[in-house]
Structure formats: C-alpha cells, structure tokens
Design a protein around this ligand. Structure first.
Ligand SMILES: O=C(O)CCC(=O)C(=O)O
Ligand SMILES: [Fe+2]
Length: 427
C-alpha cells in the first residue's frame, strides 16, 4: 500500500541554502517542508521512495524503512524524526579547505592518525584526535571563527525537532580512514603505523551524531557512513551518483556536506579502498527532558541478547568447520555436549532421576537432542537475528524522542548554579 505519509505527518523541515551563512533563527524562517511518498508496510521500499531531495537547499532526507510491526497500536509513530538520515551542505568550500589544512597539520605534528585511540572510544577505537586538543582548530570552529556549534546545533534542531539549547557535545573529533594499500606502503618505509580503513557497526553513546566530510571525493575510494537498516535497499540503476549506495552506504555528494543521524542507529564507517578519508565527527547529547525514560534500557538488553546469539552462531559455524575437516567434508550437525539439564526431555530426566544422579549431574556423553539443536540454530540464524535487532531499533526510534507536548519542563538548574557562583565570586 502506498500512502502519502512520510513528511506530511511530521512536517520535517528542510534547510535552505542560507544554512552556510545565516543564523539558525533565519534558517528556521526560510525552512521548507518536504513531501515524499513511501510504503508503510513490510515490502522493502525502493531507494526512490525513501529519498526526498530539495534541489534549492541540496538537502537529502533518507527515511529508514519500518521493521517493527505497524499493527501494534502503541507504536504507530512511524516515521519519527529519528528514522531520518539527513545529508546537507554545512561548510563552504573555503571553510572545508581550511579545516582540512588545520586538521592535517595537527595530525602530522602529533602523529594523531597513526594509532587507534582506545582511551576516548573504548569499544570502537577510531584513528582520530579530539578537536579541543588543537587550539587552532578550536578557534576556527568557535564563536569568533565560523560558529560551528551554532550552525550544527541549528541544523540538528531543525531536522530532529529538539531545541538547540538542549544539546551539548559529548565529543567532537577529526578521524582519518586510510586504505590498506597506504598502510602497506608506509610500513615498507619502516614506520609502525596502526591506522584504520573502516569502523565496525556500532551505536554511539549520543542520541544524535554527525559526520562532516572534509576530504574531496577524488582523494579516496569507498568510505561513507553505512547503516544496517538501509542494507536491503537496492539503489536505482539510473542513479549512479545517488547519495545512497549498495549495502546501505550513504556518501555525501561533495566535501563540506554533513550526514546527520541518530547515534542509536546501528552504523559504521564503510571501508576506504583507496586514498584517505578525513571527517569531522560529533556526538551530541540531548537533554533528558526530551526523552522517554526507560526506553533505551530494554532495547539495549535485547541487542545484548542478540550479540550472545551471534556469538553462539559463530561458535557453531567454527565447530561445524572443524567437524567437516575431521569427517572428510560431510556437513553434519555439531555434537553439543550438554552443560545444563534444562534441554533434556522428560524421559531423559526421568531416566537420570532413576540413576539417582541429581539434576545438576550431566553425563559427559549426553549430547543435545537434535531437534533442540535445530530449534536453537533457527533462532540463531543471522537473518533472523538481524530482523530482530532492526525491529528493536525501529521500536526505540518510534518511542525514544517524546512528542513536544509530552516533554518535561525545562528546569533552571544551570541558571541557579550560575547565580550561586556569581554570589560567591562577587560578594
Ligand atoms: O565515518 C563515519 O562516517 C562514521 C563515523 C562514526 O560512526 C563514529 O566515529 O562513531
Ligand atoms: Fe558512530
């Protein structure tokens, strides 16, 4: 069923060209409403139905397809602002060049792009440096420079419907991806470099995130931000330079563009196969008054369960391979030794009780019954795991950001704190 709902429902505003120079307030007054059509049911939508584009503002909006059953009355808020990934011009060419120069100089002087930074990003160490480590870069981006914070918060505020004053940076850093060929070449010259050419799928700590491309597109191949939820979308044939590429990769059309998305989407840095891709990445925290409390916990728990299933699946495959090698190529069920009595059928349980060995005793020869193994395998299949993971993600995107009328009042905590500080300092 094709329905005109996507942007008509949410009145997603689109930034106009004045984004590059104007204040957020001016941008709001010039904002435009985009309309697009899309499917709301489960058939995989085509790229054309998911991408809306405004020629004047050069603003692309990609809406993630639904994965959570729409029949559930409690979760009909599809698509929410968080289902959208935005690609738009953010920096002028001159600003992009200046930033790239400053970043390159700092990285070279400090060897910042020669090792992975596991101190700031523990689980997914990226090759980067924090902007506040570089005074020149901080000044250039700051209020007396190009006013980057106001610009990016203004853009995020428009497209995600969150007040800019409720946003703060959790992190802002410059990352470098280098193709393997570069690494090999530099290792030949005796240097010990530990660079990255991609970033695995992950979720950021922040509700909102962005990546600004600093390198010109002709300086690298591959790259882009990859989204699990867009992995099934087949880009239209005639759209060879579409921003949406196969496997769910979003590639901005030129340097200076930003990709804005929710950090809670499963995403990564797509493999750079040639050259170097330099990006400015930001994690933006949003004040909790905007969020449904208790929504993230259950989602994270479910994702954790899925990770365990993925782990089990990997182990099963490696066991299968081992067994295949031993048995000369026959692909048989791996034999699972039972570690817990809970998988035993009643008969076996009775038999075990007769032998008076107690419930916790498992004979080292007892293997998991084949029908149970088949069941577990079915539940651990990669396709099913992905489907469940995406359904959980979709549900979170629908409920996490509260509608405006349900958001809690702004508290004046910061204001009071400043008053006390002033009192202490000036009395
Ligand atoms: O390189 C990109 O486009 C994504 C980077 C990212 O997801 C991150 O650094 O957390
Ligand atoms: Fe990320």
């Amino acid at each position: 069923m094709i329905v005109e709902t996507f942007f008509a429902n949410n009145h997603v505003k689109c930034l106009s060209n004045c984004l590059l120079s104007a204040s957020p307030r001016k941008m709001i007054s010039q904002a435009m409403t985009l309309h697009a059509t899309s499917t709301t049911h489960h058939a995989i939508p085509s790229a054309a139905t998911l991408i809306a584009y405004n020629e004047e503002s050069k603003h692309h909006i990609v809406t993630l397809p639904p994965f959570f059953p729409s029949e559930d009355q409690n979760y009909d808020a599809y698509p929410s602002p968080l289902h959208k990934v935005h690609v738009m011009p953010l920096l002028t060419d001159a600003e992009t060049d200046n930033l790239l120069q400053l970043a390159r100089t700092h990285a070279t002087e400090n060897k910042s792009w020669e090792q992975q930074d596991s101190s700031r990003h523990v689980s997914y160490p990226t090759v980067d440096f924090a902007v506040d480590e570089c005074i020149e870069l901080s000044h250039y981006l700051g209020a007396s420079g190009i006013g980057f914070e106001e610009r990016i918060f203004g853009a995020l505020s428009l497209v995600y419907d969150v007040d800019a004053e409720d946003m703060s940076f959790l992190d802002l850093f410059c990352a470098s991806y280098e193709a393997k060929e570069c690494i090999d070449a530099s290792n030949e010259s005796g240097e010990d470099r530990n660079t990255m050419d991609h970033l695995d799928f992950h979720r950021d700590g922040s509700l909102l995130s962005f990546t600004v491309l600093l390198s010109p597109l002709d300086e690298f191949e591959g790259g882009g931000t990859i989204f699990d939820a867009l992995g099934d979308i087949v880009p239209d044939n005639h759209e060879t330079n579409s921003i949406l590429q196969p496997s769910g990769v979003i590639q901005p059309p030129r340097a200076g563009y930003a990709v804005l998305h929710s950090g809670k989407l499963l995403h990564g840095g797509h493999m750079v196969t040639k050259g170097q891709r330099i990006v400015l990445v930001g994690f933006v925290d949003v004040h909790e008054r905007n969020m449904k409390s208790g929504a993230l916990g259950p989602a994270a728990k479910e994702w954790g369960r899925n990770d365990v299933r993925v782990f089990w699946n990997k182990r099963r495959h490696s066991l299968l391979e081992q067994q295949q090698r031993r048995n000369g190529g026959t692909r048989e069920q791996p034999e699972w030794k039972l570690m817990s009595g809970k998988y035993l059928s009643k008969d076996t349980e009775e038999r075990r009780l007769q032998t008076n060995k107690g419930r916790s005793y498992i004979d080292s020869n007892i293997t998991m019954p084949a029908n149970i193994v088949r069941n577990i395998e079915k539940r651990a299949g990669n396709a099913l795991i992905r489907k469940r993971r995406l359904a959980t993600e979709d549900k979170l995107l629908r409920e996490y950001l509260l509608p405006r009328n349900e958001r809690r009042e702004k508290t004046d905590k910061e204001g009071q704190f400043v008053e006390v500080m002033d009192g202490l300092m000036f009395e």
